[in-house]
Design a protein around this ligand. Sequence first.
Ligand code: SIN
Ligand code: NI
Length: 259
Amino acid sequence: LGQEYPLTEDQISAYRRDGFIALEGVITGAELQAMRDAVAGAVEAEDREDLRPMDERSACEQLFIQKVNLWQRHEAVKPFVMARRFASIARRLAGVPAVRLWHDQGLFKKPHNGRATPWHQDVHYWPHQQMQHQLSMWLALKDATVENGCMSFVPGSQKFPDLEPIDLCEPKDLYKVAPQLKGVRARTCELKAGSCTFHHGLCFHYAGPNRSDQMREAFVVIYMPDGTTYSKLSHICTDGGGWQVGQPLTEPMFPLLGA
Ligand code: SIN
Ligand code: NI
């Protein structure tokens, strides 16, 4: 995990043009197995503590099991969130001098969960005063397929920062929010376990329902440029932290990732 993942100039320009890129085998072999076991163990342990049946959970909670900042509670997950290899990909794609961790999340979709994750842009949910260089790694811990709810992206949609935010719990028609994207064909990214996509915080994305009989297991690590400042929007990762508007988001919650 200390080793760099090679990125070509073509891959970097494709990311900057499209707002996303799929990368094969960013983690493989025993490291992948260890990562999958650490994350799945953590997500499943935390989910087991939640005894509410599905129909008592909110619309958002019914979409997927979402466990945020596993690195803070699970030592076994931490090295994968801090990994130089992943952070260095993020830094090079974003083209910034240094990146910090914004947060991680285990996103598991239960078998036969008929709910799609609606089209949305991520940055509108985040209490950040900047929105140009945040990006998320969505890593498949198990193969991600159309059947089990892999991701799709609208190429070039990161160029539209001023659209109405879409509430994940109240899906809206993408083309009502963004009529300028009509006619742009979305691209669906099936991924082998250990492969990932990186997407820009403004790139529209969607994930299908899980129609398979296995859990869809994804792990997301979200990076922001060093110097990203707090905007006062309420967010689970900053609420109660005493952050002041304009203050740079820094240690210990948002560590600089030596990459
Ligand atoms: C999902 O995995 O279902 C959605 C991921 C995302 O919104 O980034
Ligand atoms: Ni998202």
